[in-house]
Design a protein around this ligand. Structure first.
Ligand code: FUB
Length: 314
């Protein structure tokens, strides 16, 4: 089905492939989308996002499911049927918070934040599929990370959120995550078990939303900082640090207290994918929208500050 965004059903879950043509930021204008993760596979860019469903008069996070959008040219996009819901994890109470998908050996692993049903607090689960568009199923039948596994923020029910995953050149996979405290742990090759201790990571004014990427010999760890959130970043010669703080990468996102990024290269160009509250007239912190702008590097490998634009990449 081909539709313009005006004709698309506002706020509904995608039941079938829906094609639309991007026309400036935000990318998706017919529903609210938040917390983008991005992956490139077989010549397509995939964006995985939470579906913000909070009604206009309410002020809280309401996300039950994640969405997936893909494109081969970044102009014409397809939204695929909803591939995963928080309740697909039988041990979870709900709340489809931030997530990321990564491919390994032909399988796609989706690391998600959900509220645990029996262990108080947020937790991290992992789902798996043979296809980037799903359907995805719980890969373990239990949470990978629960609140009681991390002690640095013993009073926080929120510190185990926002997973990001990176497979280093030697094949070792790493999971980073956190809220007010960043953590990392190695993953086994099966991608669904930890392979070592949970290690705290020191980052200045870290709030949440870590994202890992690599360019040349530099590793980059970007993250949401303070509140309302800016995106800051640090660089290292190693995926496990030490991380050298490099400052602000993206200023406050318009009309949204949170600011959550994915950084990815596609077709030789780097992109900064994030959310703001641009299309919600009644306050956007709980009705957010995914946007895309370009990301540029300085000669020394540091990142140029992102210019958020209305036109986006089109
Ligand atoms: O969408 C819920 C939470 O808001 C995410 O997990 C955080 O990164 C923030 O964007």
């Amino acid at each position: 089905m081909v539709t313009s965004w005006l004709a698309a059903p506002c706020g509904l879950s995608a039941q079938e492939d829906t094609t639309f043509v991007a026309g400036g930021n935000p990318l998706v204008k017919y529903k609210y989308t938040a917390d983008p993760g991005a992956m490139v596979h077989d010549g397509r860019l995939y964006i995985y996002a939470g579906h913000d469903e909070c009604p206009p008069t309410a002020e809280h996070y309401l996300l039950n499911e994640w969405c997936v959008f893909s494109s081969s040219d970044l102009k014409t996009w397809t939204e695929h049927p909803v591939p995963l819901r928080a309740k697909d994890f039988a041990w979870a109470k709900g709340e489809a918070w931030a997530s990321q998908v990564i491919e390994r050996d032909g399988k796609f692993y989706w690391y998600v934040t959900v509220e645990h049903a029996t262990i108080p607090g947020k937790s991290i689960g992992v789902a798996v599929s043979d296809s980037p568009t799903g359907p995805f199923v719980d890969a373990r039948g239990s949470a990978l990370i629960t609140n009681d596994m991390t002690t640095e923020r013993s009073k926080s029910y929120w510190d185990d959120i926002d997973p990001t995953v990176f497979i280093d050149d030697d094949g070792q996979a790493y999971l980073y995550w956190g809220n007010t405290q960043c953590y990392y742990a190695k993953l086994k090759k099966n991608m669904i078990e930890l392979d070592g201790p949970i290690v705290p990571v020191d980052l200045p004014r870290f709030t949440e939303a870590p994202w890992l990427h690599k360019r040349g010999d530099w590793y980059y760890l970007s993250y949401a900082s303070e509140f309302p959130e800016k995106i800051c970043y640090a660089m290292s010669r190693s995926i496990t640090g030490p991380w050298e703080y490099k400052g602000v990468l993206n200023e406050l996102a318009g009309n949204s207290n949170t600011n959550h990024q994915a950084i990815i290269e596609f077709g030789g160009q780097w992109y900064f994918i994030y959310h703001n509250g641009a299309i919600n007239p009644t306050g956007g912190s709980f009705r957010r929208s995914v946007c895309i702008d370009r990301l540029y590097y300085n000669e020394d490998g540091t990142l140029k500050r992102v210019q958020m634009t209305t036109e986006g990449i089109w």
